[in-house]
Design a protein around this ligand. Structure first.
Ligand SMILES: [Zn+2]
Length: 209
């Protein structure tokens, strides 16, 4: 645990123009929390029960942790609003992407201005699932299982359905590339997690940190 906190400290120290680090204490749900209020001191806040965070404030670094699940980066560069979501099969089937895009709409984003990037995660060739997951995702099961699911393809389909036009997808597979990525499927519960992060930096660090 000390090591994990030490890694977080290193991350925080590396991002001096982000005094506020906000983390989602993920539960594979679809809740997205809005981070408002300009940070005026250094803080690290973990919000329980959410799998996504949104902010329109500079100096706020949004973070989620992943290891096979997909980090979804959403940004409206014209309004400087961004959201970062964590999506495994549960979040994908629960519609976390739609929730994130909807929340961005509520704070003034036009869907056509939003750019989505789907980051490193398990690929469609490596992600074998049972019929429960296929059913949850609304996918047909043909033949005997297990079946392969491409979460990023599913999320891209959902994104287009919500009207997103600017969709970019990493081809990196967390399961295959053990030199670079942690993988929950490869390493089990003791495996580490990657931190995905996004935000708009302050123009200069806060004084007297
Ligand atoms: Zn793969």
């Amino acid at each position: 645990m000390g090591t994990v906190l030490g890694h977080w400290r290193t991350l925080r120290d590396a991002f001096v123009r982000f005094p506020a680090v906000r983390s989602a204490h993920q539960c594979h749900g679809s809740e997205v929390h809005s981070v408002t209020g300009r940070p005026n001191r250094r803080e690290w806040t973990i919000t329980d029960g959410v799998d996504g965070l949104l902010t329109d404030q500079v100096g706020v670094l949004l973070t989620v942790t992943v290891a096979d699940c997909i980090p979804i980066y959403l940004i409206d560069p014209t309004r400087a609003i961004c959201a970062l979501l964590h999506a495994g099969w549960r979040g994908t089937s629960a519609g976390i992407l739609g929730r994130g895009v909807s929340l961005m709409g509520q704070v003034g984003c036009r869907v056509s201005d939003i750019i989505m990037y789907l980051g490193a995660g398990i690929c469609g060739s490596c992600y074998e699932v049972g019929s429960d997951v296929m059913k949850a995702l609304g996918l047909q099961t043909i033949g005997g299982g297990p079946w392969e699911v491409d979460l990023r393809a599913e999320l891209s389909t959902q994104a287009r359905a919500t009207g997103l036009e600017n969709i970019f997808t990493s081809q990196k597979c967390s399961f295959e590339d053990d030199e670079v990525f942690f993988s929950h499927r490869r390493g089990g519960v003791s495996e580490g997690r990657m931190i995905a992060f996004m935000g708009f930096p302050l123009s200069r660090p806060l004084p007297n940190r």
